[in-house]
Design a protein around this ligand. Sequence first.
Ligand code: PLP
Length: 395
Amino acid sequence: MTHPDAAFPDPRMGEPFLLTPGPLTTAFSVKEAMLKDWGSWDGDFRAMTKALCDRLVALAGDTKDEFACVPMQGSGSFAVEAMLGSMVPRDGKVLVLANGAYGLRAAETLRVMGRAHALIDKGDYLPPRGDEVGRALDADPAITHVIAIHCETSSGILNPVAEIAEAVASRGRKLLVDSMSAFGAVDLDVNRIPYEAMVSSANKCIEGVPGFGFVIARKSALEAARGNAHSLSLDVHAQWAAMVRTGQWRFTPPTHVVAAFMEALRLHAAEGGVAGRGARYARNRDVMVAGMRDLGFETLLADRWLSPIIVTFFNPAHPNFVFARFYDLMKAKGFIIYPGKLTVVDSFRIGCIGRMDERVMGRVVAAAAEALAEMGVDSAAPPAAAIAERAKLAA
Ligand SMILES: *Cc1c(COP(=O)(O)O)cnc(C)c1O
């Protein structure tokens, strides 16, 4: 018999698969790890926090003890806000590279906390490129930091963070990376991609449950961050300093979530780390995209920008297609899909991450085919206008 961890779906749960980019489908053993209560001050929990931080710093590729990991209670956006508010001095200025909702959220976060910023907004279809980032930095010497979104989860585009990092580093500015939906499955090795700090969370590619995010930052940057924060609880320097001093989180940690995350990290390592996880997600994407295209669906993005995290499809033009009904039919077949988050065209998304493999993705495609038949949609081709718009904007 195969080990239960290898089973997709886990026969013990009978839940629908979450084809969403976090919260996502987790392993049975990850859920099981939450059956025990922990004292947040207790030595065993402190040891777990230390192991968690050490493992994440190692995942980032740090071998020179130059980086530290600072976990932060809350969802991913709390950790992004903590990173921005702590790493950017109050008189700093941030260049925000946006091509979707999460980039725009970073700009909004800076606006709310009163930090100066400039915006490069590429719309939904295109990545910010190194050369244009370089030009923007040359034109504005006041810019101290750049924030890039690694995988822009609203469209699924995988941004070229290596060339962006190069453009930023060569001009002596500092890069912050929102790698929320990519870290753990897409390379973000500090030895190849220079950055000051990055942020991710428990419930994305490491396949834990929601409840905390984490900032992995240069220790020199953490030291320099003292007194920068606009907020008491979202102060990365204060959280780090307290952890170094006491081994504890400053305020109540999500103890069960941390325990679950340790099991998720164990499974991540057993799968072959970033490379193994990324390979499974890429197979998930390839099988799913090929099958959906066979049904007539079209992806928002050209193949070269398709991430192994999540894929956006145009809604079919057929008059019988209604997304809410498609959603309900897919759910009844065991799959929770995700509405679109684009500014212009109607779309929906299917995630490739979480505890599932390409056999599951084959069943997703079969379910989509059945759902279309039940709706009386004989072609999933998108409206001509959506294709024309894509051609125009992606030119
Ligand atoms: C998920 C995600 C976030 C954080 O979202 P929360 O809902 O606050 O967890 C931030 N950036 C990106 C790119 C994401 O995918």
